[in-house]
Every structure is written in C-alpha cells, then in structure tokens.
Design a protein around this ligand. Structure first.
Ligand code: NOJ
Length: 559
C-alpha cells in the first residue's frame, strides 16, 4: 500500500491550523474517467491519463479526487453498471494502474475517493448471468428481485414502479426455448438489475469489496444511489405516478427506506478499522435535507451531497434559505454540510445559470453564455466561502458550458434512448475536457474523443487559461489558495448574515481571530455597497468604490 497523505504531509497541503477531520472542509474534485485524459488514443479517458494530469489538480489546490466508476463494465450506463467490482475495465487500464494512481496522488498530497455502486450490478455480473441461466429455481435469483408477472399469463410487470430512466422498472426474462418467464427489477436501465439487500450474500459481498479497495489504499467511497438499497417488504405498488427522475427528491416507495441505515452503520464500523480518516459520501436523493442528514449521523456516513443546494436558482433569498436549512439540518447530527453546483448528471452550472430558472437540471439550450459564466463564477465563490466541504466537477474550473448541440447519433446516455429523446441529456456535461489550444482532441489524448468537442474548446483549455489574468482557471486557483490560507473560509458550521440590499447575500465568517465578509449580488444591476475591508478576491472585475457589480461575489478580509 502506498504512503498515506497523513504520513508525509507535503508542504503544499499543510494547513495554517490543525483542525479535526480533513474532510469536514475539504474541496473534492470529481474526475469522470472517460472524459479527463486519454493516454492511449482510443478516444476514451483512462487511469494512466488521469495519473499524468494529477499535477493540474495539485496546482488547482483541491484536497481529494473522487473518481467515477472505472470497474469492469459493459458501459451500458457509462460504468455505473458494474460487472466485476474488483477489476478495472480494460478501457481504463489495469489494477496496477489504479494502484499507481493512488500512490502518485498520495505523493502529491491528494486523497482518492472511489465510486461504489451497491444498488445494482451490470446484467453481465457473474451472479446475474448465473441467475438467468439457472432458470426460475436458481438460488442466485434471490440475490436480485425476480418476481412472477401479474395478469392471467404473467404478462404484466409485478408492480407499477417505473425506471428512473423511463419505462417500467421491470424486464421480463425469456427461457432458453423462448418462453417468457419471471420479471426482474431495475430502477435504472434493464442492464442494471437491482440487488436484493435482504440477502446476506449481498451484504457480505459488499463488505468484502470495501475491504478490497481499502486494502489498495483508497481514502473513501462515494456511494451511488445510497438511498435505494433497501426495498419495502412485498414491493407494494406506488399507487400513482411513480416516475422518478435523476436527483428527484420526491417521496417514492423504493427510495429512502429506513432499513438502509443498518447497512451504513455496518460499513462505518468496518471503515473505522482502517487508519487514516477514510470517508463515505452518500449520493442520496431524499425529500428533504433533514432526511439526508439521517445518512450522516455519527455512526453512519461522513457526508451527503447537498442536491437541494445544486437545484437552488441564482437568487439571494432562495440561496439564503437553503444555506440556513442545510446548516441547521447537518448541525443537528454533527456532520459538515456539503455544497455542489455541478456533476456528471446535470447540466453544468455555467449553462443552467445562462437560462431562465425552473427548467430543471437537464437543459438543451445554451442561453446567454456570458451571463451564465459570470453567474457561475459568482456562485462558485459564494459556495467556497460557506462552511463545510465543497465538490467540484472536472471542467468547471475552466468555466466550461454544457455542450447542448450534440448530434443525437453521438449521444450515449441510456436515459436519452429510454425517454425517447425527451430527457437524458447528460452527455452534454461529459464531453472530454480541453487541455491545450489545439491537437486532435485539444490535449485530451493523441486522437479523437468519444463525444465530439466544440470548435471553441481550445480557447477554454487549461493551457490557454493558465496565467491569463481574469481567467476562470486562475479564479479557481486563487479561490482555493485563499480558502486554504484563511481560517475563516471553509471551517466551522455557521454564517452570520449581514444586512444587505434586496438581491444581495452577505455574511461574515470568523475563525482564529480572523474574519471574512462574502457578498454576492445575484441581480443584474450594480447595488450600492460599502466595502467592509480589504478585497481578497472577486468573481468579476474588482468593484468600483461604493458598489457591488451585477452577478458578482466578492470576499473581503475584515477587522
Ligand atoms: C447516479 C449516478 O450518478 C448516475 O450517473 C447513474 O446513472 C445512476 N446513479 C445509476 O447508477
């Protein structure tokens, strides 16, 4: 196992003060392996590619990297359909590449969090193949949810649940002679059968998988569909339109069952056997942030993504309300709040904010790109001033917009196809990121890329923005360096709101005798504003004395 960051903290990650729990205020950067860096020219990113670009992440100033799945998978849902939880898919490299990546990251002071997909496997998983091949009496079928159909001939699905990706959540099996048989449950694509978490073999298997990756040296796990593992007894009908969409927090009979918490308590006990403050972060879509807080009680997980924050429009009073409610809910269980604006499932925030509010999280319109970028930069600076941990998604540090005009024939998001093109536009935020101004895929790799990149991608590249005054990349670097150096940014669990004109969100944060004021003008017009101290950083051109520019966030150091 490679040396752990705790063993040899390099100068670049030494904090100005010792605070418990690196993760309570960590900035964690999501790498989407397919689209980060391609080392071998097959058009698909890979682990050696990520390794070669780790210095970018060190220079950016993040604390940890979360890698979306790179396990053996037929890629029906971009790797969230795992066929072998202990193997690296050849398209991404080998297990030795994973070990080398962890070792290199640790040497640079970066922690590595991997994705765990326990709600469902791939239909190519050995258990599922054997369950199908073994017929209705196969004991392997009890590790999934197989049921006879309803109707005179079993021709109707066992209940009324619908898949998050569109259509029924059930697919009917066919026997070797072509006779239709039982149905199996898949809350996502048919290629992603749901595990039966009431079966002890499932729980045993995942404890073993956790140990496998912990022994390899990972610093934590992001838990996919953490709210979905346990289904209600008897799989009752939802009794109405049950259709869930990605990130949908509405109450559903198949999500957020109380039984999931026993799973996480057992995982936490296992994790705590390992040294080095390793963590779990839950992807849990819950009806309220208070329900999300149940996943991060002291003996369960460490963090949960704050999707309420991600879905809040660029509006001062809405933002203030979600910040207060999030802090209150997490404080009640002693967990740090997390903040996130973009990930691989939603339209990038530069494009969401370029469009009118209320259009959801998957957009197909570019909107006003200049406005979107201005607001995105302001939103990021606001997020990074809040107490708790922040998640960044690859490419947002370049101010990338979503690619809204991908040709339908290039799309790969399974929900696009199941929803007949009415939904499922996640490919737009998954386009491989640009590293250089030119080259066959703007430095992504030596050849093309699995999704077409727009013609203006080179101007947004890491190389084009490095050292460029006012670039989004330099703004992120400055923000993270300032946050790292200033004790009042990130730490703690409170904000002190200040009186501010309508449309402005202003608060003060204080720690270790030093204070910061952050003000965000969410309106499209300048507002009168008296600077409360010395400016530290601004998301846009530095304010003229006496006013706060439109759609701009500023940090000041204050007495
Ligand atoms: C959530 C993941 O973020 C998403 O990409 C995936 O499609 C679903 N879970 C199913 O695994």
């Amino acid at each position: 196992m490679s040396p752990h960051p705790d063993d040899h903290p390099p100068q670049s990650v030494t904090r100005t003060a010792v605070r418990p729990g690196w993760w309570t205020e960590a900035v964690i950067y999501q790498v989407y392996p397919r689209s980060f860096a391609d080392s071998d020219g097959d058009g698909m990113g890979d682990l050696p590619g990520i390794r070669s670009r780790l210095p970018h992440l060190r220079d950016l100033g993040v604390d940890a990297v979360w890698l979306s799945p790179f396990y053996a998978s037929p890629q029906a849902d971009a790797g969230y359909d795992v066929a072998d939880y202990r193997a690296v898919d050849p398209v991404f490299g080998t297990l030795a590449d994973a070990e080398a990546l962890i070792a290199d990251a640790h040497a640079l002071g970066l922690r590595i969090i991997v994705d765990l997909v326990p709600n469902h496997s791939s239909h190519h998983h050995d258990w599922f193949r054997r369950a199908l091949a073994g017929g209705p009496d196969s004991p392997l079928r009890r590790r999934y949810h197989f049921r006879p159909g309803r109707g005179a001939h079993g021709e109707l699905p066992p209940n009324d649940w619908e898949s998050v990706f569109g259509g029924p959540a059930w697919t009917r099996t066919t026997g070797p002679d072509g006779t239709p048989g039982d149905w199996y449950l898949h809350l996502f694509a048919p290629e992603q059968p749901d595990f039966n978490w009431d079966h002890p073999a499932v729980a045993d298997e995942f404890r073993s998988v956790l140990r496998f990756w912990l022994d390899l040296g990972v610093d934590g796990f992001r838990i996919d569909v953490a709210h979905g593992l346990v289904k209600p007894p008897g799989l009752p009908d939802a009794g109405g339109p049950a259709q869930a969409r990605l990130l949908d927090g509405g109450a559903k009979p198949f999500f957020d069952q109380d039984g999931v918490h026993a799973v996480y308590r057992s995982w936490r006990a296992l994790l705590d056997e390992y040294r080095g403050e390793r963590i779990f972060v839950a992807e849990a879509w819950t009806p309220t942030v208070e329900r999300a807080a149940r996943y991060v009680r002291p003996d369960e997980l460490h963090q949960a993504f704050n999707f309420s924050y991600l879905t809040t429009p660029w509006d001062a009073s809405a933002l203030r309300a979600v910040v207060d409610r999030s802090l209150d809910a997490m404080r009640a269980v002693g967990a740090p709040t997390t903040w996130v604006l973009s990930n691989h499932d939603v339209t990038r925030h530069a494009t969401r904010y370029a469009n009118p509010p209320g259009l959801g999280t998957q957009l197909r319109t570019a909107g006003d790109r200049r406005l979107g970028l201005r607001r995105a930069r302001a939103a990021t600076l606001l997020m990074l001033a809040l107490p708790g941990s922040a998640y960044l998604y690859q490419g947002e540090e370049l101010g990338l917009p979503d690619v809204v005009d991908l040709p339908d024939e290039a799309r790969q998001d399974p929900s696009f196809f199941r929803a007949s093109g009415q939904d499922g536009f996640r490919d737009g935020c998954r386009v491989p990121i640009p590293w250089t101004e030119d080259g066959p895929s703007y430095g992504f790799g030596p050849a093309g890329s699995w999704l077409p990149q727009p013609a203006d991608w080179g101007g947004l590249s890491v190389r084009a923005q490095t050292g460029a005054a006012g670039s989004t990349l330099e703004l992120y670097r400055s923000a993270l360096a300032t946050r790292r150096a200033h004790p009042a940014l990130g730490a703690g669990d409170r904000v002190d709101w200040l009186d501010a004109p309508p449309g402005v969100l202003a608060f003060r944060r204080e720690a270790e005798g030093r204070a910061v004021v952050c003000a965000a003008n969410t309106t499209g017009a300048p507002v009168p504003w008296t600077a409360p101290g010395t400016p530290l950083l601004s998301s846009g051109p530095l304010p003229v004395a006496g006013e706060l520019p439109p759609d701009t966030t500023v940090w000041w150091s204050t007495p």
